[in-house]
Design a protein around this ligand. Sequence first.
Ligand code: F6R
Length: 244
Amino acid sequence: VYPDASFASKKVAKRIANLIIAKNEKGEKTILGLATGATPIKVYAELIRLHREEGLSFENVITFNLDEYYPMKPDAAQSYVTFMNENLFDHIDIKKENIHIPDGTLKQENVAAFCLEYEKKISSYGGLDLQVLGIGRTGHIGFNEPGSAPNSGTRLVTLDDLTRRDASHDFGGKENVPVKAITMGIGTIFKAREIILMAWNYKKASIIKKAVEGEISSDVPATYLQLSENVEFVLDEEAAAELT
Ligand code: F6R
């Protein structure tokens, strides 16, 4: 628990940078799982600063984003492609071919094959070294909403009503928020060698209490993280306020 989100975000960015540097020294690539949303923005801003001012290179970094709305055009303002470009990728030296984000433009009949391929691609790089997560007020990680199975893989899911309400501001009304999304599964996330879940603000305090101290249940998918040895929650004081 850190005093505020800015300080905590710098710590997380530093860990990511140190991982990239250590991997580089061994001549290895770093495989990162990334999240969108408000939570990681300051981490990405700090990574951009480390790139610009301290020479951190992303040349040997491969990224896999957690999710994308479905359907979604990559150049739409609300797409996670646009989000990632604006908040990170356009400002660092990552190679375009090393960026992976679920494809919101696929025909529905092609989605299942794409999802299998996404899993295979992650495995082909030896799995995720580090997965960065936020948490939704439904307890979702990625877009694994209540009811998601612990061994779920990348797939097409239906968004919870609360998730669509929370996104309504970005879309100018809940009715414009896509009903579905493609997301990595809980099982996909679990395979990462390190998982960092971040949450800031009092608005996340009650779901953080459930995720950390509640009974493990598909009603709050983030509770599955209690079963992993490789998870760390990084919180500000407000998000941690209800923890015992
Ligand atoms: C985003 C994602 C979601 C968000 C969560 C929190 O890629 O997978 O699980 O992390 O909805 O969103 P924010 O950070 O906007 O509160």
